[in-house]
Design a protein around this ligand. Structure first.
Ligand SMILES: *[C@@H]1O[C@H](CO)[C@@H](O)[C@H](O)[C@H]1NC(C)=O
Ligand SMILES: *[C@@H]1O[C@H](CO)[C@@H](O)[C@H](O)[C@H]1NC(C)=O
Ligand SMILES: *[C@@H]1O[C@H](CO)[C@@H](O)[C@H](O)[C@H]1NC(C)=O
Length: 126
């Protein structure tokens, strides 16, 4: 039985931001790992967002170079590196029903953001 779904939308303003996998189905208490990579030279920051079923957008945290910062009360782990062509991963352990959401990342340099939320068109969201 599919109980829990993470959609990781691959749609963004820029084809220079790659998010994998696109969809993921997990059971409660399992671990989900989402990966982002961008190919924009000089960009060194990834912002990670979660969009819940109600449509609310939550900033989970960001990765600046190889330095992760999580928002308060976010139980996830950021790993890797936000530089060009490097993997940056978000790991969510012990998935709960309210973990079921659309997740996405955006590459940025200062306030410039590629793949802003308004450009996201989540699909297959359960
Ligand atoms: C998830 O883990 C908690 C603590 O280990 C356990 O009490 C709970 O029964 C588990 N839930 C499921 C659906 O396996
Ligand atoms: C974080 O969680 C604690 C305890 O659940 C709560 O009191 C606090 O308001 C939360 N803080 C934020 C920023 O959500
Ligand atoms: C990123 O991760 C993928 C999958 O684990 C791997 O195939 C790829 O080589 C990694 N890329 C870099 C730059 O580490």
């Amino acid at each position: 039985m599919v109980f829990f779904a993470v959609s990781f939308t691959g749609v963004s303003l820029s084809d220079q931001v790659h998010q994998t996998p696109a969809n993921m189905y997990k059971n409660p208490n399992e671990t989900a790992t989402l990966r982002c990579l961008h190919t924009i030279s000089s960009y060194n920051r990834f912002l990670w967002y979660k969009q819940s079923q109600g449509g609310q957008l939550q900033l989970l945290g960001y990765m600046w170079g190889s330095r992760p910062t999580l928002e308060a009360n976010v139980s996830a782990t950021l790993d890797g590196n936000a530089d060009e062509n490097k993997n940056c991963t978000l790991t969510i352990e012990k998935l709960q029903q309210d973990s079921s959401a659309v997740y996405f990342c955006a590459a940025s340099l200062h306030s410039v953001i590629y793949g802003s939320c308004s450009a996201q068109k989540p699909h297959h969201h359960i």
